[in-house]
Design a protein around this ligand. Structure first.
Ligand code: GLA
Length: 393
């Protein structure tokens, strides 16, 4: 991303000079999928793709936002005292919701501001462009108005925007990864207690590839909420006998012994995924710490199979990509990442094989699905932060 380009765009749109610059990344999840809202563990990391903003304060109460990615939407304008969701405000509802909840949390935003943003996260790819905008808004307001919002509060407010302002019942993983990310580290997060630890990701000789299905995730939100409902149903049936608060508290053996408490077979499969995936995530951290990359990859593969067969959130596009990835030389592991229903998968691939991997998997996918997949090499980067106006590349 180029500061001069963003500054020039700001000047062109708002006819004045921006004062400060901010960045919030996207995220991938290495393993631990659909476990966050089940009180389990996740293992995501922030990536160097993300969303950039340049901004300046205004004297009045107007908030004026412009996205280089959505030029047809023009400048979206609203008043600091009018912060209701409005469909016509489109992408700007994410910053708007964030501004609203930051205010409601008692932080005083003294005036409006102007802000131009540009993201390089592939759009709608399930790499959390929305959480990226939420945290971007958080660090931006913190920066230009010196609000002193603690990072964890900002993360929780981002989740609240998703849940209450937008209406997606998502967990805390995305906002946490984007708020707390650290260069070259994964974050093992216990979503029940919010205890976390950083684990260095040293994949000597390997790269993490992001593979985008380019499938539009149309029903993603409603199906997501449906899965969440199924897990709640399973939990309440298990609670007839077990003193648990979340599926993440169960071991595989405890689940197996008690699974007949869950009446419906589909619901039982959903719960099985949540329990087993949580345990896989803990094992994955151990394998990584021990330098057992092969074993780590096996757990990634098992994660995908469970998401495909038990949780049923993959679909032919993700399955085709991951299946093709498994068949390539030099692949340690591959799985879907994020909510599923389209979006992206990741693969850990030997450096020397990356080029042929992309060519081969790309060809198989195109042949089977009829349109192209996109591939990106992921670098693990820092969480949301202010950046120096002079320093961005
Ligand atoms: C989406 C949600 C997260 C998480 C994942 C699935 O990314 O926003 O909270 O539930 O799906 O692991």
């Amino acid at each position: 991303m180029n500061i001069t380009k963003l500054t020039n765009a700001f000047r062109e749109i708002f006819d004045t000079q921006p004062e400060r610059a901010f960045f919030a990344p996207g995220r991938i999840n290495l393993i631990g999928e659909h476990t966050d809202y089940n009180g389990g563990h996740v293992f995501p990391c922030a990536i160097t793709y993300g969303t950039y903003a340049v901004a300046r304060k205004r004297e009045d109460n107007l908030i004026r936002l412009y996205s280089v990615n959505f030029p047809d939407k023009g400048i979206i304008e609203f008043d600091l005292t009018q912060l209701d969701y409005e469909k016509k405000h489109n992408w700007a509802n994410y910053p708007k919701g964030m501004i609203r909840y930051i205010k409601e949390a008692g932080f005083v935003i003294p005036s409006g501001f102007e802000c131009l943003i540009e993201g390089n996260i592939p759009n709608g790819a399930g790499l959390s462009s929305s959480a990226s905008i939420e945290l971007l808004t958080g660090v931006l307001l913190n920066g230009i108005f010196e609000l002193g919002i603690p990072r964890l509060d900002m993360i929780k407010l981002g989740k609240k925007v998703e849940n209450e302002f937008i209406g997606v019942n998502s967990g805390i993983m995305d906002q946490f990864a984007i708020g707390m990310g650290k260069k070259d580290a994964g974050i093992l997060l216990d979503c029940q207690t919010l205890k976390y630890e950083y684990a260095p990701i040293q994949l000597e000789g390997y790269k993490i590839l992001i593979m985008n299905t380019n499938k539009r995730r149309e029903l993603a939100d409603s199906k997501y909420n449906e899965r969440r409902g199924e897990c709640e149903e399973a939990l309440s049936q298990l609670q007839q006998k077990l003193p648990i608060e979340a599926l993440g508290q169960l071991t595989e053996a405890e689940f197996d012994e008690n699974q007949t408490l869950i009446a419906n077979e589909t619901v039982r499969k959903r719960a099985k995924h949540a329990v087993y995936e949580n345990r896989r995530t803990l094992k994955a951290l151990q394998e990584l710490k021990a330098g057992n990359l092969e074993a780590f990859g096996q757990l990634m593969n098992q994660s995908h199979i469970s998401l495909r067969d038990d949780y049923e959130v993959t679909g032919v596009e993700l399955d085709s990509l991951v299946d093709a990835a498994w068949n390539q030389p030099g692949v340690i592991g591959a799985r879907m990442t994020g909510a599923g229903f389209g979006g992206c998968a990741i693969a850990v691939v030997e450096n020397e094989e990356v080029e042929s991997f992309i060519a081969n998997v790309g060809a198989v996918y195109q042949g089977k699905i009829g349109y192209q997949a996109d591939f990106y090499v992921a670098s693990i980067g820092d969480g949301a932060k202010e950046i120096q106006m002079e320093a961005f590349e």
